[in-house]
Design a protein. Sequence first.
Length: 221
Amino acid sequence: MTTKSTPKIMALTTHCIFFDAYESAEHGLNTQKKIWSLAQFCQSTGDFVDVVPANNNLTLYLKESEKLASWLPLLLEQWQETTTKDFASTHHKLPTIYGGQHGPDIAHVAVEHNLTVDEVAQLHSSKTYPVLFLGFQPGFAYLDGLDPKLYTPRRSEPRISVPKGSVAIGGEQTGVYPETSPGGWQIIGHTDFKLFDINATSPCAVKPGDTLEFVIQEVLK
């Protein structure tokens, strides 16, 4: 019988705590769901300037250094009480055009896996993707759950400019470029869904723990 490891909790500064709950790749998503639940609990207390969930870990920035000592044991206590069902998330549907000028790499992905362009679009849009964390650029969501039939290595030569809204595959992950930027993922489509708006009350439209669904608008050859 295997035993679960105890999370590592470290005070990085007088105002910052790092909570590391990584156990193994096997338990990754369940651990991640508990991280999201713990993050929501911490945000609800009003004690933190910022709460940043990442891949099986959480970084917390306190408003007052005096509360550091009490939060170190409280985090472990709350973790032990938290379940994967405690997290409340939002589901987002992203209308997507696959192929053509919007998906210049979809034919390559199809050939790589002995599929048709339509099959690539169908497989990609048939999944519900949890947002693991945000990174790379504001609003870029790293998504879990890509069908293994679509795992495709990144391009050998990254593009200097990938258009905003590009839907792409990079290895075992898929995602959407929230702004035009350099990038090496395989572009298979485009969505007009706005992932990041600096003028919005909440600039990032999605948050860790939310789920995304790509809805086929059209498949271009």
